[in-house]
Write a protein that binds this ligand. Structure first.
Ligand code: CA
Length: 228
């Protein structure tokens, strides 16, 4: 039943939770459901899910708090946030949250499943045949999916890593936001290109002056990479 991995669904609205379970199971995922923040946090720690669908408004503990604690503990399981409020999106995607993706309510279960599949697929990708990508003091180990600046590891979310790796794997080439959305996120750009900008801003905040990402005004982003 769970050959594709276990998905933790933390959502206090039972009908939505049931619907997500149905759609995820139909895609071959195992599903573990929790209905409040503290139980969701415990399950994320102990069940080792492949991804978490995390509601923001939860009894006991906010979904954003659950995410913050997990990240503090060094748990970088891919997280898709569900929010009922559009004005929460920037906060969710903000640097301190470490969210990988989000959907706004009302959402279609199909949409959520597409996000989960994309995240799980990307998290499972390894580039065993790929040499590290480097730019100045920044180095990406695409096999281990780890990023280093001057030898010190920088912790990136799955999405941040994939976005950076995509840009660094095509040095000098300008990629549009739509292109990045479809190639990195793996679905059509219905969520809007703001998602790309927010993740680029997060990468820049984490990497500081070692960020190789260049904004090409009116076009998109590119990356300067050493070709050694
Ligand atoms: Ca809720």
């Amino acid at each position: 039943m769970s050959e594709r991995g276990l998905i933790l669904v933390v959502e206090d609205e039972k009908p939505i939770s049931d619907l997500l379970r149905l759609y995820l199971q139909r895609e071959g995922f195992g599903v573990h459901a929790e209905f409040d923040g503290p139980s969701g946090l415990t399950a994320a720690r102990t069940k080792h899910p492949s991804a978490v669908v995390l509601d923001v408004g939860l009894p006991g503990m906010d979904g954003t708090e659950v995410c913050r604690i997990l990240r503090e503990e060094g748990n970088w399981v891919p997280i898709v946030f569900c929010t009922a409020r559009d004005d929460e999106v920037d906060r969710i995607l903000g640097l301190e949250m470490g969210a990988d993706d989000y959907v706004t309510k009302p959402f279609s279960p199909r949409e959520v499943v597409a996000r989960v599949k994309s995240l799980v697929r990307r998290a499972g990708l390894t580039g065993a045949d790929d040499a590290p990508l480097t730019a100045g003091r920044l180095s990406l180990d695409t096999t281990q999916r780890r990023a280093y600046v001057a030898g010190a590891e920088v912790t990136l979310t799955a999405t941040e890593f994939d976005l950076l790796a995509r840009l660094m794997s095509d040095p000098g080439r300008v990629l549009s936001r739509d292109q990045l959305l479809s190639e990195v996120w793996g679905y059509a750009s219905v969520v809007g290109t703001r998602t790309v900008d927010v993740h680029v801003a997060q990468l820049r905040a984490k990497l500081g002056e070692d960020s190789p990402i260049r904004t090409v005004r009116g076009v998109g982003y590119s990356c300067e990479v050493d070709r050694s």
